[in-house]
Ligand binder design. Sequence first.
Ligand code: IPE
Length: 271
Amino acid sequence: MVRRIVVKFGGALITKKDEQCVAHVEIIRNLCSVVHSISQDGVQVIIVHGAGSFGHLKAKRWRLNEGQIPGFSVMGDSCTSQLEAVEEVRRDMLELNSIIVSELENLGLIVHSHPPHEWARNLGPNFSGTLERFSSTDPGIVHVTFGDVVDVGNERRFGILSGDDIVARLSLELPDIESLIFAMGGVDGLLKVPPNIATDDDLIEEWSPDVEYEGLHRSDIDVTGGIGLKIKRGHSVAQSGIGVYLVNGEYPMRIESLVRNEPWRGTTILP
Ligand code: IPE
């Protein structure tokens, strides 16, 4: 029997969000070690990682999420045009990706990395690009992809494809996916009150659309959808019968427990 899961490593978890291009290597290492244990149990892990400070800061400064803006420029930056910024963000994302890939390889896993700007176009949940490259199901192989700047087939020319849109398509379209897990930074799951005042009792263990939650979306630095997008995409995946969960990625054992059907702490998104 083939068992596969999709795990999103949130950008705020794996990078220092306010310092450009600084990764939380320790957290990445711990997450990868849990991925290794899970794959040893015979479950294939497909990782989609976010951008955090490797993507959002420059993308925001250069308004890459708005597509091409004729004549737009930014004074005193390392690049001189939006197109150069597109290339720089793609390079930065490849750098973050290579940190994750080497941690996995150091554990003896075979990694197939799929940078979206090479295979995906257009934005949102129905972005184009075949998922054929994710077809091998061997648990010793880990597929890795990420939120990226992709080409867009109209006058926008480019845009930001969020990892949250990618996880939804992977979960819904690949065969044998049993769960989708969002590993987040700084929170145990969805909370009833803002994270800075939350206590242990404020965790929402089961979320359905009638339950109110508080999420901090820093639209001042975030070029994608924050927690709202995760919930929206997660809910559409849950409706197809796949288990969808939010966990604190700083305690990656919770991911392992979840996959092993043992007690864990976090939020389940109900269909
Ligand atoms: C964003 O991807 C990609 C870029 C900004 C280039 P995500 O939406 O998946 O990233 P995080 O998890 O919010 O950092």
